[in-house]
Design a binder for this molecule. Sequence first.
Ligand code: AMP
Length: 278
Amino acid sequence: MVAREVESLRHAVTPWRRAGQRIALVPTMGALHDGHRALVGHARTLADHVVVSIFVNPTQFAPHEDLDRYPRQEARDLAILTEAGASLVWMPAVGTMYPEGCSTRISPGTAADGLETDHRPHFFGGVASVVAKLLNQVTPDIALFGEKDYQQLCVVRQMVQDLDMNVEILGHPTVREADGLALSSRNAYLREEERQIAPALFEIISQVARQAPTTRDLAGMRTDAASQLLSRGFASVDYIDVRDAATLGPYRPDRTGRVLAAAWLGRTRLIDNVAVGV
Ligand code: AMP
């Protein structure tokens, strides 16, 4: 079942709520892959109904970014979601999500400080605002987000906590190709030779994660990791950093950490992250 208007979405969801059934939301931008499938599969084990939203959100793209070329494949996505067992696909048009005059925006909290925000300052404001709208539209009991976008997961968790939103946010581990590359809709942009180089990102952040708890020179280790990415064929490195896994504040070796990185391979920007054990 597909809903394209808020009214038809509410029409579908209201009887489930009245019957006391549990609803899960999996927000996506479409161009679905096995990472999205894993989220839907996990959601099905936790709820009676899984609503998957497909919305390429213009407010989280800057004018120079890839909004226009972002892959869109509606028919294929709907077939995947039918097979995956989604109860409802919520696919609003841009004008439905942001009708004339819609101007309220969420200002994200401290989890949005640095990392992605240093390079995409508009990004988390757009993400937080659209996620708040999706949560209000679908009224799920739980919403699932991939650890692939780790800072996004932290920003959403903080928003839900700070604004007393009545939903549980769950993270799901990153689904990877056999060679370690994290699945992403943007991997479709990679040329053959770039695809060969791409797994170096996971390899190098994993190496940083192993070294982080005992290193005396975190800054030197980060610089060295960035140089390695460049020597492997990455065009530039936006950031590679180690943060506290819960708050994204400064890393402390006695607490669980997270290595987060973003780097350009040709014209494609890849992001990834891994856990740092205590
Ligand atoms: P996107 O369509 O890229 O906005 O992603 C929709 C949701 O799927 C987000 O919560 C992502 O973090 C999650 N996701 C994307 N790629 C992966 C992956 N490789 N493994 C797990 N979750 C993912």
